[in-house]
Design a protein around this ligand. Structure first.
Ligand SMILES: [Zn+2]
Length: 400
């Protein structure tokens, strides 16, 4: 479904370009825009007038200029465009209603029903969208489109979930189903890729032309921004860092391969290892072995609490995971040479614990010239990074 016709002025490339440049700049005048675009000043004046008229730009005061008259500075009217962004994860859907400044106006989270099947997962997605659209309507806001970020492999050109292992989907035309139901344009991407895009636009990746964003949760994935653009690869599978081999004769992964990063550094991998240790009767001094806790009932949150409390066993397990993450990151950095690496996903509660350990391994292993400017940080958008990234798919096309 066509997205640009929702905001007619953005049907033309030049208004989109001007809007994008104003959004990216801290403060920008008409003269700056003429210089940046190479367009004639009178053309810029006309384009800016049309964007002011459409309510997408505003004049926001005077800028700096040493030579006499101070130029009028322009800024984007962030509340001129609103978008719904969805993160469809392994057990839940998290949806946000955001404006063009990525300000979250509404958020709805719904878990999937137990033993969720295709239809019930879709119903959960529909329910989150319907809730957000009705809240938008109550606020008197138009929604320009819906962005969806799914785990697994996503055909982002057609909006199809090719394979979503945690919910057993194969070739589900999610975008088409949502467009039929809600009559709005839908854009779709893999969750880690969407996270990378959201960070590049609104988070800790702003202004970074070569960015790697790694999402660590039940699974591990990454999104790669190259030359300022999201890189999806020939088969929508670029960035599958979780399925790179870190142990040549390691455990079998759910992808069918052996020794993947995901088998040793995902939350599921850490929980699995922990349960084996506890069931064996080891680790008795750990907080996680106290009382009559059933090892099978332990959750990721229990382990995070233990790490934050300095529990030896919990820290040791995550130290091992961090070392493998460091190895995989060093390999990936050697190939891509990103200016910055961001870490996000469900492990955010312990990211400050993990980062120094990951860095240590990366520094030890990465190709020497990359060491000097090594930047590895948490994502800037926190737990909303994927849902905001999904919304960014729509903004990217509107301003693309
Ligand atoms: Zn694998």
């Amino acid at each position: 479904m066509d997205l640009l016709s929702k905001i007619p002025i953005l049907n033309e490339p030049n208004p989109r370009l001007v809007l994008r440049l104003v959004r990216e700049a801290e403060s920008v005048s008409r003269a700056d825009l003429a210089r940046a675009t190479g367009l004639h000043p009178s053309t810029i004046t006309r384009l800016v007038a049309a964007l002011l008229e459409a309510g997408l730009l505003q004049e926001s005061g005077e800028g700096q200029n040493d030579l006499g008259r101070k130029p009028i500075v322009l800024s984007v009217v962030e509340d001129a465009i609103h978008v719904v962004g969805l993160a469809v994860e392994a057990g839940f859907v998290s949806g946000v209603l955001v404006n063009l400044g990525a300000r979250i106006l509404e958020r709805i989270d719904l878990p999937f029903p137990p033993a969720a099947e295709q239809d019930s997962v879709l119903e959960t997605i529909f329910a989150v969208v319907a809730g957000l659209l009705s809240r938008a309507q109550a606020r008197g806001l138009d929604v320009a489109g819906i962005g969806v970020a799914m785990h697994g492999t996503v055909d982002s050109a057609s909006g199809i979930s090719i394979f979503a292992p945690a919910i057993g989907w194969r070739n589900v035309a999610v975008a088409e189903l949502l467009e039929e139901r809600f009559g709005l344009p839908v854009r779709m991407e893999n969750n880690a890729k969407a996270m990378a895009l959201g960070e590049a636009w609104f988070g800790n990746g702003q202004g970074v032309r070569h960015l790697l964003a790694v999402k660590v949760g039940q699974a591990i994935g990454s999104g790669v921004i190259l030359n300022g653009e999201l890189f999806v690869g020939a088969n929508f599978s670029a960035g599958e860092i979780g399925h790179t081999t870190v142990i040549s004769d390691g455990m079998r992964c759910k992808c069918g391969n052996f020794g993947c990063l995901e088998t040793v550094a995902s939350i599921d991998a850490v929980l699995k290892k922990l349960r084996v240790i506890l069931k064996r009767g080891d680790g008795t001094s750990s907080l996680l072995a106290q009382g009559d806790l059933d090892p099978d009932e332990l959750t990721a949150d229990d382990v995070y609490q233990a790490v934050l409390a300095g529990d030896g066993l919990a820290c040791q397990l995550w130290d091992e995971a961090a070392a493998y993450l460091g190895v995989a990151l060093a390999n990936t950095m050697n190939i891509l040479n990103p200016a910055k690496v961001l870490i996000g996903g469900d492990i955010l509660p312990i990211v400050d614990y993990l980062l120094p350990r990951i860095r240590e391994v990366v520094v030890a292993r990465v190709f020497d010239p990359l060491k000097a400017a090594l930047q590895i940080e948490p994502v800037g958008l926190g737990e909303n990074a994927v849902a905001v990234g999904a919304a960014t798919l729509v903004f990217r096309e509107l301003l693309g």
